[in-house]
Design a protein around this ligand. Structure first.
Ligand code: ATP
Ligand code: MG
Length: 238
């Protein structure tokens, strides 16, 4: 059975793409076939995080029936499987988010996990994604504005029948000028699944266009990605 997991945050820039890439790499290392799907038509970043500026096939082309599923799934040298979206503005204008169901139907049975890197905000595009995913992971930063936005995205996920196993607190900085993990947990009222520090290794890995879990498996953040991957594998699906 394929588990489709949406990574959402409400607020932009919280670390959805970074978490998708590293969590997918950790799941892959644990022997689970995992694909990251860039479902952000407006500002897709997945391929560029991985150093690819003009992929040979994109989600947009798949949805227009110009490319096959096999052509659309790319393999990064780190072992990560991913489906990029087009970075072209013209392709964005022609994108039909309601057609996205098509790729979910094709990916069913193709992998153990499909992590869906979602757009920020609460727009139409995100609703179309959440209609197709089985559960949602919340990515938040330790600041009130981020948590307030996360609360709204949690409601949207639940409205679209996505259970919320918990949240990931990302870019924590040893409690300096920020909310504590306990305060974040009390605010969101769902379990804290991973506390990912603000980690220079993540910036370094981005510059090298590879998952930091691949380049720096012993870093503090990589240990958290591994813990999260283990949690998802062992989690009882409601
Ligand atoms: N734990 C971390 N430590 C250090 N830097 C991080 C961490 N998580 C993410 N970043 C950096 O923060 C920036 C934003 O991350 P990312 O692109 O993953 O956010 P996003 O939520 O996907 O953004 P968007 O809403 O635009 O899609 C990137 O430069 C990324 O390298
Ligand atoms: Mg992103």
């Amino acid at each position: 059975m394929t588990r489709f997991i949406a990574l959402i945050s409400g607020k932009g820039g919280t670390g959805k793409t970074t978490t998708s890439i590293n969590l997918a790499h950790a799941l892959t290392k644990l022997g689970k076939k995992t694909i990251v799907l860039d479902a952000n038509f407006a500002t897709p970043n997945l391929a560029s995080h991985l150093g690819i500026t003009s992929p040979s096939a994109t989600l947009n082309e798949f949805l227009k029936k110009k490319k096959s599923l096999q052509e659309t799934i790319h393999l990064h040298h780190s072992g990560l499987n991913f489906v990029p979206a087009s970075i072209s503005y013209q392709d964005f204008k022609k994108a039909q988010p309601d057609k996205i169901t098509e790729i979910f139907e094709h990916l069913k049975g193709f992998a153990d996990f499909v992590l869906v890197d979602c757009p920020a905000g609460l727009g139409y595009e995100l609703v179309q994604i959440l209609k197709n995913t089985d559960e949602a992971l919340i990515i938040a930063n330790p600041h009130l504005s981020s948590l307030v936005d996360a609360l709204k995205s949690m409601e949207l996920a639940q409205e679209n029948s996505n259970p919320l196993p918990g949240f990931i607190l990302n870019m924590t900085n040893k409690g300096k000028h920020e909310l504590t993990p306990e305060e974040a947990e009390q605010t969101l009222n769902i379990p804290l699944l991973a506390n990912i520090p603000l980690d220079k290794k993540i910036k370094k890995a981005l510059h090298k266009h590879a998952p930091s879990h691949y380049l720096y498996p012993k870093s503090k953040s990589s240990k958290q990605y591994l813990k999260l991957a283990e949690y998802l594998i062992n989690e009882k699906i409601k």
